[in-house]
Each structure stands twice: as structure tokens, then as C-alpha cells.
Write a protein that binds this ligand. Structure first.
Ligand SMILES: [Zn+2]
Ligand SMILES: [Zn+2]
Length: 601
């Protein structure tokens, strides 16, 4: 029996139109999924979709088949649009936001005396003073209210800049808005994450290597995190140079330690006022901070595990980790093992002390993010793993010339492990701040691992957190897999950046490519704008990225997954060729990215 499939010519024509439309539509979905990186879950099976449509057209009577298909197309379009709008990049902050009132109200229930306006005035003062200190390469005025890790971060930059005879000249600084974004508790401490919206003219200048000069006007939102102990009487470290405890004048040349010469109190441990402990660019803040908070299950467990005194906090551990990591990087750049000897284990020292022959220094080196990701107990020691994301641009010095090894700023993640005895002795000071934990005597950079005053072994896990290993991403993954069952708690390292979709990486990297030659040409802006629209970005939201790219503030980002990397790289190639030619700068950059991220070992 033959059943007439086609009932009349109208349906036939309608079906034809719909099939054509659907093929065109699904092809477009594929272009995004594969070519545009659109949906991470892939566009589905196109032939299955067409089969279903044919089924609907012929099995559902006219005109309902039409209606059903119309609905399917509309829902599909909506889902696609919605999915695109969920990009983490669409969560980039607008500068004009206000305090997060819920967080603030909750905090004020416990701290009724807290004055948000006075706090924000401090933040603004800190912001302006630190920019000035940074330009003058002199931290003495701000030392009293910044953490040791923050001090080392800035100080190490100065050391690197000095090798290249660089200055960072800052002009026209304008703070447009300051608002409280998030308030967290961390052991006996409180942390306020504050967003700062500002504009600045910022130029890196070197008389010796002028080819490295760059910078210009920029506008940005940055997150500054301040920490203090719970329940202390808040004083004001920001507008005075006097000791908060005894009133004596604080030393004018404070370095590794911020201590009053008279009463010996340390000013920057959160006993007196808010202490600046972290600065985070908006693009890092949105991608990592929402994932790992100081109140996560992992943080809570570590609090329990390591809390041997009331001064323990995760923030403090992360501060030590960033401090130590930066000193290791500096030791390697300056080929001086004494900078790192005191706080690394003997095994790690053997691994790290092999320096490369060539003269490689950093034109830029930033710590983007430092996050505790796992905890473990081995041989009566607590072992903490801390992921450190840094961005860098290396330069080779040869015959008086500086040759850029990285065309743009690249980024990488490494994990450091720190160990301390489960039942530690009371520490009298931080080794990372050049203080002997056993006797509080000053410790110089030296390869001697014995304290010159008390003779104690410096890199001992008895009272201080000692760095025992530095692991690349895959090394850490192996560690995580083989120790998974023994971990007290841990976060999969992939999850740290999992909010970034393939297209987010690609868009970020495309902007870096476009700005590689230092100019963001009109046509490049047009192209990026079109790409942004195509990939569903809210142009207002992502406009800071254009600014950041222009000023070298965006860095090449890549996930760990090689297949994703290849996909992202293909998108970058496509974007470079979108105007018909690939310029020499673009070519050089693509080659560098390929070498850095696509080579398989
Ligand atoms: Zn004092
Ligand atoms: Zn000592």
C-alpha cells in the first residue's frame, strides 16, 4: 500500500522552505560551535535535527507542522542567544556600581560601628599613595598598611625594572568611584574586596632600552582586598606616620618588616587597621573569585587543620606563598640562589638552583591570582597546595640590546606546596619577611641555612611554612590524582578557570593580538566589535577589555586542555587574517603563542 506523502503543493513548498532554512540555520550554529567557539557543548547533530524536522513536516497536519517548527526554531534561537549571554566576560564590572548593600548590611549587623564611607576614603588614599610610591619606586610611605606579600610583589617589580633601567611614569590619576563588592571571613580575620574605578596615564619608559617603552591613557576597574582582625578598634594608618600602639614616629625606610622601632609592634598584621593584601584585575576577579572563596569547604577544613594560633588565616598563607614564589622568580632572574635559600626545602633547592646561561629578565611580571587549592597531611606535616597564576613577558639581553622573547604578555599557572609541622612551635616572625621564626632576629639573603643569632635551622618546618615543591599544571594533576583519597580537601585545578569558555579565551587573545603592535587601529576596533556582537558579548560590559588590551593589561590566556588550545589558536589565526593580510607583528605573535602553548613535550 502506497501512502501519499505529499498532500498538496503548498505544504510541499513550505516544507522545502523550512528545510532550506533549517539547513542554513544549523550550518550557522556549526560555524559558531566549531569556528566561532560558540557553545561549549557543541551544536548538536545537524542531520538528526533535519530528520526530526522532516518527520514533523510530514506527520503533523498542516498548518500545525508549521507552527511546531516555528516554535522549535524560536526556542533554539533563544537558547543560543541566552547561552551566549552567559559568558563570564559579560560579568565584567561597570565602573559606576554602588556598594553591595546586602553584604554591607550583613556585616554591619555584627559591626555596627563600621563606617563604609570612612573605609572607602582609606581605600582611595591607599590607591593614590600606592600609585605615587610605585612611580617613585619607594614604598616607605605605604609600607605600614600593606601586607608583606604585597610589599614583595611591588619591590620585586622594582628590581626587575631596575635591570632594564625602567620607570613607570604616572599622570592624571583620577579615582572615579570606589565600592564595596564582597565581604568575607577568614579565621579571625575579615576581608573586604573593594572595586576601584579609575583613569590614569601610565607609561613605561627606559632610556637604555627605548624599544620596550609603552603605555598611555587607560580607564579600568580593579579589585583591592583589605584584611583586618575581627573586633579590633579601627585606627587610621592611612593618614599618619605614627605608630598605632605607642605614637612614636614609624621608621622612614621600612623594608621587609613594618615594625615600630620603639615598642616593636608590627603594624601590618591587621591588629590596628585595614591592610592591603591583594590587587586583582577585573578579568581575573570575575573568573576566579566567584569560584573559590575564603569560606569554601576547603578553606573551612584548612582553618580547622592548621589553626594552631589565633593569627592563622588562608589569606596569610596565600600572602606567604606569593611572597616566596616571587622571591624564587627573582632568584632565577638575578641568578642569585641566596634570595630563595632560606625558605625552600633542601630537595627543592637542588631542583631550582640550576640557572639558565642566557641573560633572561622580565619586562613584565605580575601575579594575577594566588589561591589555596588543596590540603593534605603527610608525615605529621600539613601540606598545602597553592595555585599561582602569573603573567610575564621575557626579554633577552644580548650585546646591549633587549630582545623580546614574548611578543605580548603570556600567562601560566604553577602550584607551590608548602609544609609545616602539624603541631608547630610558636613562630616569632616570618621567614618570608627576613625574620628568624625562632628568635625574631633579622635574616639576610644568604645560602647559609642556620640563623646567625640563635643557630636554628631556617628552612625547618617546625615553626614556618616551607616551600617544598613547584609543580606545573600537569605535574599537579598527577599529584592530585594519586593523592586524591588522602587529600583533606581539594579543588580540581581545571575548575579554577572553567568559567572561561573557548570563545572567551579566543576573544581575549584576539584583542591581545590586535593590540600587539601598540596601536588599536580603527578597523581593528571595528573587527573586534563585530566579533563581540557575533559571540554575544554585551559591548558596554566588555569595553574595559579594549582599554586593557590597548595598554598591555590583557594577557594571553590558555586553558590546560590541548584540544581547546588548538581550537582557540585557530580562532586567533582567523581573526589575524580577517582583514585579508596577516601583518608581520601578528605573524610573530602567533608563532610565539604556538611555540609557548601548542608544542607537545
Ligand atoms: Zn610603637
Ligand atoms: Zn634565630
Amino acid at each position: 500500500m502506497k501512502k501519499p506523502l505529499i498532500k498538496n503543493r503548498h505544504i510541499n513548498f513550505a516544507a522545502f522552505l523550512i528545510i532550506v532554512f533549517c539547513i542554513a540555520y544549523s550550518a550557522e550554529v556549526f560555524a559558531r560551535a566549531g569556528g566561532g567557539g560558540g557553545s561549549s557543548g557543541g551544536g548538536g547533530d545537524g542531520s538528526g535535527l533535519i530528520g526530526l524536522l522532516i518527520y514533523i513536516i510530514f506527520m503533523i497536519p498542516f498548518p500545525w507542522n508549521f507552527v511546531v517548527i516555528g516554535i522549535i526554531i524560536f526556542v533554539g534561537w533563544l537558547a543560543n542567544k541566552k547561552q551566549k549571554q552567559q559568558s563570564v566576560l559579560n560579568q565584567l564590572p561597570m565602573g559606576n556600581a554602588g556598594d553591595k548593600l546586602k553584604a554591607l548590611e550583613k556585616y554591619k549587623l555584627v559591626n555596627p560601628e563600621f563606617d563604609a564611607e570612612a573605609f572607602k576614603a582609606k581605600v582611595k588614599t591607599a590607591f593614590i599613595q600606592i600609585q605615587e610610591a610605585w612611580m617613585l619606586k619607594d614604598m616607605s610611605k605605604v609600607r605600614k598598611y600593606i601586607s608583606d606579600g604585597m610589599y614583595q610583589r611591588l619591590n620585586i617589580q622594582f628590581k626587575m625594572m631596575n635591570i632594564l633601567d625602567q620607570k613607570n611614569i604616572i599622570d592624571n590619576l583620577l579615582v572615579k568611584n570606589v565600592y564595596i563588592d564582597k565581604i568575607e571571613y577568614d579565621g579571625n580575620f575579615e576581608i573586604i574586596h573593594t572595586a576601584i574605578h579609575a583613569s590614569i596615564v601610565d607609561k613605561f619608559v627606559s632610556a637604555k632600552y627605548p624599544q620596550l617603552n609603552n603605555g598611555g591613557a587607560e580607564e579600568f576597574v580593579e579589585y583591592w582586598s583589605f584584611i583586618k582582625k575581627k573586633g579590633i578598634k579601627e585606627q587610621n594608618l592611612f593618614n599618619t606616620q605614627n605608630c598605632p600602639k605607642c605614637g612614636a614616629e614609624l621608621p622612614k625606610n621600612a623594608g621587609d618588616v613594618s615594625q615600630c622601632s620603639y615598642c616593636k609592634t608590627i603594624t601590618n598584621l591587621g591588629d590596628y587597621d585595614w591592610i592591603l593584601s591583594e590587587m586583582t584585575q577585573a578579568d581575573d576577579y570575575i573568573s576566579i573569585y566567584s569560584k573559590v572563596s575564603k569560606e569554601s569547604a576547603l578553606s573551612m577544613k584548612v582553618q580547622e587543620l592548621c589553626k594552631t594560633n589565633e593569627d592563622f588565616s588562608i589569606q596569610n598563607i596565600e600572602d606567604k606563598a606569593s611572597n616566596g614564589y616571587l622571591q624564587i622568580v627573582t632568584a632565577q632572574a638575578l641568578k642569585d640562589p641566596s634570595i630563595m635559600r632560606r625558605f625552600v626545602s633542601d630537595e627543592l633547592f637542588e631542583k631550582l638552583k640550576v640557572f639558565s646561561d642566557s641573560e633572561i629578565v622580565y619586562n613584565r611580571f605580575y601575579l594575577n591570582d594566588v589561591t589555596l587549592i588543596a590540603a593534605n597531611v603527610i608525615d605529621n606535616k600539613n601540606v598545602l597546595s597553592i595555585a599561582i597564576k602569573s603573567s610575564y613577558q621575557r626579554v633577552m639581553l644580548k650585546d646591549g640590546k633587549a630582545i623580546l622573547l614574548d611578543q605580548v604578555v603570556m600567562s601560566k599557572t604553577e602550584t607551590i606546596q608548602m609544609s609545616r609541622d602539624v603541631a608547630p612551635q610558636l613562630s616569632k616572625g616570618s621567614l618570608y619577611a627576613h625574620v628568624c621564626p625562632s628568635c625574631a632576629g633579622p635574616v639576610k639573603d644568604t645560602i647559609d641555612t642556620k640563623c646567625q643569632y640563635c643557630g636554628a635551622e631556617l628552612n625547618s618546618t617546625k615553626s614556618e611554612w616551607i616551600i617544598t615543591d613547584v609543580l606545573g599544571v600537569s605535574e599537579y594533576k598527577n599529584y592530585y590524582q594519586s593523592n586524591k583519597d588522602d587529600l583533606v580537601a581539594g579543588i580540581d585545578i581545571d575548575k579554577l578557570e572553567s568559567l572561561y569558555d573557548v570563545r572567551d579565551y579566543a576573544f581575549n587573545n584576539v584583542l591581545v593580538v590586535m593590540a600587539a603592535d601598540g596601536v588599536f587601529a580603527e578597523e581593528e576596533i571595528m573587527m573586534a566589535t563585530n566579533l563581540a556582537k557575533k559571540w554575544g558579548y554585551n559591548l558596554n560590559r566588555i569595553s574595559p577589555m579594549f582599554e586593557m588590551a590597548k595598554n598591555g593589561g590583557l594577557v594571553i590566556r590558555m586553558p590546560d586542555d590541548m584540544k581547546k588550545r588548538q581550537k582557540i589558536f585557530r580562532l586567533m589565526e582567523k581573526a589575524a587574517a580577517i582583514d585579508g593580510t596577516v601583518s608581520p607583528e601578528e605573524k610573530a605573535l602567533l608563532d610565539a603563542v604556538s611555540l609557548q602553548y601548542l608544542k607537545t613535550e
